[in-house]
Design a protein around this ligand. Structure first.
Ligand code: NIG
Length: 377
């Protein structure tokens, strides 16, 4: 089944492909160009001057959870600081939930994101923190999300010895979860895991063939970025507090700096130094960090709007970061772009240009979405 989409007012492809029309064939983009040269297709859809861009690639979420942290959020808005310790509340609730309950939470949030234009999503374990709950988190995540990350090193479970727990994570837990995931991650931060503990986990994961990601520099300057760059991690996420050395290290590395502005707003941190990163030559991605504690939103548009209005990114930089940037952080070249052969993941805005994402903040602009060639809105 092929579909010819015409009447595109502005086409953002993140590649050299250009035009005002495109053809989807099955799950892939088959052709991009000007309508007068379009090949025949089974169906035709006229988007009447609307902007078309790749579906959002949300490269950082934590969707396998149970429970609610509204009270913690309320206390934070009244002045209480965010700490890593809140993770334990979600761990307790997650351990008590059934598989069906956890699967429904993941399904519901992936569907919520899709309605807003997110067509590719990464999610993590990290609220199980024992072998059986980390394994089932990975298994359930894989039923609904596109890329799965092992985050056994999210927090030392309260009452457990840190070094003993690190040995469990890089030993038995990693052995059990590795076949189900492509990535491993650590929360390298005060109150979670220090440089040596994080390095031990990441090196064990690398030896098992997993790609590396790091949660770093979220709550203050620290060793997370340095560690990510040293180990050649695909991405270091948060990057809220960076020294000049961190920025220089990122700029001269292949490690993507994934910024999570909704999280910084929701935890009342500063916003990350996006302009300094971009000006230094670092690769920047934007993601939602959807989770019940620090960032309970699935809205990539909100992240893009914030990046433009408050982090001094241009609209083009922010849209690239939320599509091709996320894909790069996951080492994918088939999503986040529109070109023949790429996955047919499209986001049609009810607006003539991507500039409206920042020009009309807060307005739901998703008109229609195709994921893997299937129209969902
Ligand atoms: O990315 N930083 C660590 N993990 C999550 C927060 C998880 C939570 O508070 O439940 C994050 O912000």
């Amino acid at each position: 089944m092929s579909v010819l989409i015409t009447g595109i007012g502005e086409l953002t492809t993140n590649t050299e492909a250009a035009g005002d029309a495109l053809v989807i064939d099955g799950e892939q983009i088959a052709w991009v160009g000007n309508a007068q040269n379009a090949p025949a297709a089974d169906e035709r859809v006229d988007v009447e001057g609307r902007a078309v861009l790749p579906g959002w690639v949300d490269s950082h979420t934590h969707l396998v959870f149970a429970g609610d942290r509204t009270a913690e959020f309320g206390a934070r808005m009244a002045g209480k600081p965010y700490t890593a310790g809140g993770i334990a509340v979600t761990v307790n609730a997650t351990r008590q939930a059934t598989d069906a309950e956890l699967a429904e939470v993941v399904r519901k949030h992936v569907a919520e994101a899709l309605k807003q234009g997110t067509t590719f999503i990464e999610t993590k374990t990290g609220y199980g923190l024992n072998v059986p709950d980390e394994v089932r988190s990975a298994r359930i995540a894989a039923e609904h999300a596109d890329e799965i990350t092992f985050l056994g090193a999210h927090l030392v479970p309260p009452g457990e010895d840190a070094d003993t727990y690190v040995d469990l994570v890089r030993g038995e837990m990693l052995d059990a979860v590795a076949p189900l995931v492509r990535w491993a991650d650590v929360f390298c931060e005060k109150g979670a895991f220090d440089y040596d503990q994080s390095k031990a986990v990441l090196e064990a994961a690398q030896a098992k063939g997993l790609g590396l990601r790091v949660h770093g520099n979220q709550l203050g300057e620290g060793p997370g970025v340095r560690l990510a760059v040293e180990l050649g991690a695909a991405s270091v996420d948060h990057c809220t507090y960076l020294s000049q050395e961190d920025i220089d290290a990122l700029a001269s590395s292949q490690t993507v700096a994934t910024l999570l502005p909704a999280c910084d707003l929701s935890t009342r941190q500063s916003l990350p130094p996006a302009r300094a990163l971009l000006d230094a030559g670092a690769t920047v991605a934007l993601a939602s960090n959807c989770n019940p504690g620090s960032s309970y939103t699935s809205s990539m548009a909100f992240c893009v709007t914030t990046a433009v209005l408050q982090m001094r990114m241009t609209v083009e930089e922010a849209v690239w970061a939320a599509t091709a940037g996320g894909a790069q952080s996951l080492k994918r070249d088939d999503v986040g772009v529109i070109r023949p052969g790429a996955r047919a993941d499209l986001h049609v805005l009810d607006a003539p240009s991507i500039t409206h994402l920042a020009y009309r903040p807060g307005v739901p602009l998703t008109h229609s979405v195709w994921r893997r060639g299937e129209r969902s809105l």
